[in-house]
Design a protein around this ligand. Structure first.
Ligand code: 13P
Ligand code: SF4
Length: 401
């Protein structure tokens, strides 16, 4: 594989120190930990529990649809009874002591989304009370993009990160797309700009550019076609050319290169969650338990993937567990996914080498409720950029991978 170290082009590193203090995030899994608003307590970051109306900057969507009253959020015996079925669904991963904090939000959000004719799309990395109790559609980034393309709802609330919300907006220019926290970014999306793509095109004239969906609309607008981790190999091969530029994830590019004869020119973006796994920790886990199955996301470094029994997108990993029902499995990816799959596969024991995505974890029940009450934060894309970016997303969706 040809690999660009891009020193001669443009590169920024993701702001790791700001968003990812290792002492807070690189820890073994504890359910209470992931459910708190810890990400908002980083120095310099504001606290964002449900907000008073006076503090909200109203968006165009608020003017169009109006602001609703904040529902009563008391945990009463009646509410406990009304949300009993929701709690039972997640009781294996949400301790009973936490439910009184979640239940009023779950109930209010489920009411308000009907009132607003809104649909909630939740990525596999959402915490279980979001994923299993309020989401209408759950999945990996490809599945969410397809749901976004098909939905009849007027309003989409994207419980995931900003590039996913932008993808929904590209596919639904006339709908209102909300993200509960505008700061829910992605280190991969931060690693590449439109100017970087133009520089790559200049360096490799005539070579088509495939971009992972984990990029901004401006970057997509400069590319030929998008892909996700579940269809990257098929998309690269669909172009019928001997060489492609593939960005921004270096490790996904290396994984694709290992699966195809197409020559891959890669960029040097990394996912701050997956790049931190090491082959040593996988080996140690296997030595401690030789029957353990290890499955990993292709955003992990190649030496980590080499230790895994299976490599796949988030949904690929979920399907693998559901199909194979291993007695014990280690999912080498973001923490919350093991919880979400554990709910549906009670016979499988999960070992959790836990890395949190600090961006995904910005999405919480209080902020989702704020989204529906105040119609915030609205995701918009400049129309000239959107027109070009949409072509790249639609080219992917049209391939029916
Ligand atoms: P998937 O497309 O596999 O869901 O991956 C998205 C992502 O951001 C993983 O880190
Ligand atoms: Fe981006 Fe990595 Fe978080 Fe996925 S897990 S959203 S790739 S930073």
């Amino acid at each position: 594989m040809t690999y660009i170290t891009n020193e001669h082009l443009l590169l920024r590193d993701a702001p790791k120190d700001k968003f990812y203090p290792p002492a807070q995030c690189r820890m073994f899994y504890h359910p209470l930990y992931t459910h708190f608003e810890h990400i908002d307590s980083f120095p310099g970051e504001e606290d964002t529990m449900s907000t008073a109306a006076s503090e909200i900057a109203l968006t165009g969507a608020a003017e169009k649809y109006g602001v609703l009253d904040m529902p009563d959020l008391s945990y009463t015996p009646e509410l406990a009874k009304a949300t009993q079925a929701d709690y039972e669904r997640v009781s294996s991963v949400v301790p009973p002591i936490e439910w009184p904090a979640f239940a009023p939000y779950v109930s209010a959000i489920n009411e308000l989304k009907k009132k607003r004719n809104a649909v909630i799309l939740a990525h596999n990395y959402m915490t279980p009370e979001i994923f299993h109790c309020i989401a209408d559609f759950m999945g990996d980034s490809l599945q969410l993009a397809k749901e976004a393309a098909n939905t009849e709802a007027e309003i989409i609330v994207q419980c995931g990160v900003h590039f996913m919300a932008e993808t929904s907006k590209l596919l639904n220019p006339d709908k209102t797309v909300l993200i509960p926290d505008m700061k829910a970014g992605c280190s991969l999306a931060d690693s590449t700009t439109a100017a970087d793509v133009r520089a790559l095109r200049e360096a490799y004239p005539g070579v088509p550019v495939v971009t992972y969906v984990n990029t901004s609309a401006e970057v997509k607008a400069e590319c030929d076609i998008c892909c996700t981790s579940s269809n990257a190999v098929k998309i690269v091969e669909s172009l019928g050319v001997p060489k492609v530029i593939f960005l921004p994830d270096e490790y996904l590019a290396k994984y694709v290169a290992s699966q195809t004869d197409v020559e891959i020119i890669a960029w040097k973006g990394h996912c701050i969650v997956h790049e931190r796994f090491t082959p040593e920790e996988l080996r140690q886990a296997r030595e401690a338990d030789p029957g353990l199955k290890i499955i990993a996301h292709p955003e992990c470094p190649p030496d980590v993937l080499a230790e895994a029994d299976f490599t796949g997108s988030t949904s690929g990993m979920i399907n693998w567990v559901k199909t194979n029902q291993p007695p014990k499995v280690m999912m080498v990816t973001e923490c919350s996914m093991s919880d979400n799959v554990a709910v549906e596969t009670p016979g499988v024991e999960f070992i959790r080498p836990c890395n949190l995505c600090p961006y995904m974890k910005r999405i919480t029940l209080p902020k989702i409720l704020d989204s529906l009450v105040y119609m915030k934060d609205e995701v918009t894309v400049d129309s000239a950029v959107a027109e070009r970016a949409r072509r790249a997303v639609e080219a992917m969706v049209a391939l029916k991978t």
